[in-house]
Design a protein around this ligand. Structure first.
Ligand code: ACO
Length: 447
C-alpha cells in the first residue's frame, strides 16, 4: 500500500486512499469525500492550527518533546555560543553560513541602511509621550511602506534583497527612537562603527556624545537577538505569511507580524512576566501565587508553550546569560523570585501533568531590566531580531509555488436563509417568538 491512509466514510461505506507525504496528508485530498453531489466535501476543523502544517519550510526545526531548536540545521546552543546575530540573520535568510566576504558585505549593507528618513521622526513626534513603544514600532514599520514604494515588487528578488537590508537595519533605529520619544530625549543617530547590538545600545542610552557599550552587555544582547531570530510557524510568523500572501509589501507584512507579537500570549509575555514578578514581590509569596495559578485564577506568565513540552532550550541559555549580565549590572533581585517560582512550579503536579516549563520569556525580561530597558520595551526587543526570521518566512512563502493567498475555510453554524425583518416588526417578531415559546412551555407543563 505504501505511504497511504485508507479512510472509510461510514455515512456512505466508501473507502478512499489518501497519500501520505512528509508525514502529512493534503487537506484538499479530503474534499473528494462527499455524501452526495451537493456535498461540498469533507474539511478539517483546526482552530489555532494545532495540527495543521500551513507550509513546507527549511528554515527552523523544533522538536518540542526533546527541547531541540535548530536554524537551518545548526543547534541553537552552538549558534548562541559561537556566532553573531548578523551571521545568524544571514544564515536564516540564505540557508548557509556566510564566508568572510559574504558576511562583510551583508554587515556593510545592514550598517549602511540604518538611518531613517527624517520625516519618520515626525511620525514619532505625533505620538503622545506615554504611547507604548511597541504601538509606535508597529506603526512606524508600517509607515516605512510609504517611503519605499519600490517594495511593492514582491516578485523581484533584487527588490526583496533591498527591503531585507532596510528592514533589518532600520528596526533598531525605529525602536530606539520610539524609546527616546517616551523619555523626551533627543534621538541618537546610528553609529556605523559599532556592532548591531552595540549601536542599538548607544541609540538607546547615550546621553552625551561619547558612549562605549559594555562588551559583556553588548555580547549578551547579541546572544538574546540570536535566540529570538526565528521560531518557525508561531503566531507572528503566521501573520507575516498570511498578510504577505496577499502580496502586500514586506513593511506592511512586518507591521502585521509585529502586531501579532505584541500580544501577552506571544512576544508581550516577557513584559507580563516582569509585571507578574513585581506583583509577587518576594520569594515568600511564591507558594500562594502558585496556588492561585493552580486554582485557575491567573496564568504563570513565561511558562508553557504550544510546541515545547519540555524545557525551552532558549530559556536554558538565557538563564546562564543572566549571571554574566549581573556580573556587570549587579543582580536583579527578581531573579530570586523567578528561580523560586521555577523550583516550586516544576515540583507541582499541575505543571508536570500539563508539561509546563519556563519558555524564552521567563528569564529574558529580568536581563533586559538589569540592562536598563524599561518593561514596555521588552516586546520591541523581541521584534528587532525576529525581523530577520519574519523576512526569511516571507521570502520562503512568496517563492513557494504551492502557496496562494491565505484563505481558511470555516464551519458555518449560523442561521439558515431568512427574510429581512423591517424595523417596525423586529421587537414584535422577537417578543412573538418568545411568547410562542412561553405558551408552548406552559402547555407542556399542563400535560
Ligand atoms: N499558567 C498556568 N496554566 C497554564 C499555562 C500557564 N502559563 N499555560 C498553559 N496552562 C494550562 C492551561 O490552563 C491548560 O490547562 P487545562 O488543560 O486544565 O485547561 C493547559 O495548560 C494547556 O494550555 P493551553 O492554553 O491549551 O496551551 P496552548 O498551547 O494553547 O498555549 C501558551 C500556549 C499561550 C504559550 C500558554 O502556555 C500561555 O498562555 N503561557 C503564558 C504566556 C506565555 O508565556 N507566552 C509566551 C509563549 S513563548 C513566545 O511566544 C515567545
Amino acid at each position: 500500500m505504501g505511504d497511504t491512509l485508507s479512510v472509510t466514510d461510514n455515512r456512505t461505506g466508501k473507502t478512499y486512499e489518501i497519500a501520505i507525504e512528509d508525514g502529512a496528508i493534503r487537506a484538499m485530498d479530503l474534499r473528494q469525500i462527499r455524501v452526495d453531489d451537493d456535498d461540498y466535501g469533507l474539511k478539517t476543523y483546526d482552530p489555532a492550527f494545532k495540527n495543521t502544517a500551513s507550509c513546507k519550510s527549511r528554515i527552523t526545526f523544533i522538536d518540542g518533546e526533546k527541547g531541540i531548536l535548530r536554524y537551518r540545521g545548526y543547534p541553537i546552543e552552538q549558534l548562541a555560543e559561537k556566532s553573531s546575530y548578523i551571521e545568524v540573520a544571514y544564515l536564516i535568510l540564505n540557508g548557509e553560513l556566510p564566508t568572510q566576504s559574504q558576511l562583510d558585505i551583508f554587515a556593510h549593507e545592514i550598517t549602511h541602511h540604518s538611518i531613517i528618513h527624517e520625516y519618520i521622526k515626525r511620525v514619532i513626534e505625533g505620538f503622545r509621550y506615554d504611547a507604548h513603544p511597541m504601538g509606535m514600532f508597529v506603526s512606524m514599520v508600517g509607515a516605512l511602506s510609504t517611503f519605499y514604494p519600490d517594495a511593492k515588487k514582491v516578485h523581484d528578488p533584487q527588490s526583496r534583497q533591498l527591503q531585507t537590508y532596510r528592514l533589518i537595519a532600520k528596526v533598531p533605529t525605529l525602536a530606539a527612537f520610539a524609546y527616546r520619544h517616551t523619555i523626551g530625549m533627543r534621538f541618537n543617530y546610528p553609529d556605523n562603527d559599532l556592532s548591531y547590538a552595540g549601536n542599538f545600545l548607544k541609540m538607546m542610552f547615550c546621553m552625551s556624545n561619547s558612549y562605549t557599550p559594555d562588551p559583556v552587555l553588548e555580547k549578551a544582547l547579541d546572544q538574546l537577538f540570536i535566540l529570538h531570530a526565528d521560531h518557525e510557524q508561531n503566531c507572528s510568523a503566521n501573520a507575516m505569511r498570511a498578510v504577505g500572501s496577499s502580496e502586500a509589501d514586506p513593511y506592511c507584512s512586518t507591521a502585521a507580524a509585529a502586531a501579532a507579537l505584541y500580544g501577552p500570549l506571544h512576544g508581550g509575555a516577557n513584559e507580563a512576566v516582569l509585571r507578574m514578578l513585581n506583583e509577587i514581590g518576594s520569594k515568600d509569596n511564591v507558594p500562594s501565587f502558585v496556588k492561585r495559578v493552580k486554582d485557575g485564577e491567573v496564568r504563570l506568565m513565561g511558562f508553557g508553550h504550544r510546541v515545547y513540552k519540555s524545557y525551552d532550550p532558549r530559556a536554558k541559555i538565557i538563564k546562564k546569560t543572566a549571571h554574566e549580565v549581573f556580573s556587570v549590572t549587579g543582580k536583579n533581585p527578581l531573579i530570586d523570585i523567578a528561580l523560586e517560582l521555577e523550583r516550586i512550579a516544576l515540583q507541582e503536579d499541575y505543571f508536570v501533568k500539563r508539561k509546563l516549563y519556563p519558555n524564552v520569556d521567563f528569564y529574558s525580561g529580568i536581563i533586559y531590566e538589569a540592562m536598563g530597558f524599561p518593561v514596555s520595551m521588552f516586546p520591541v526587543l523581541f521584534a528587532i531580531p525576529r525581523t530577520s526570521g519574519w523576512i526569511a518566512q516571507w521570502v520562503e512563502m512568496i517563492t513557494d509555488s504551492d502557496q496562494k493567498i491565505a484563505r481558511p475555510q470555516q464551519l458555518y453554524l449560523g442561521e439558515d436563509e431568512r427574510d429581512f425583518v423591517p424595523m417596525r416588526n423586529r421587537g414584535r417578531s422577537i417578543s412573538k417568538k418568545l411568547d410562542a415559546k412561553a405558551q408552548s412551555r406552559k402547555g407542556a407543563r399542563k400535560k
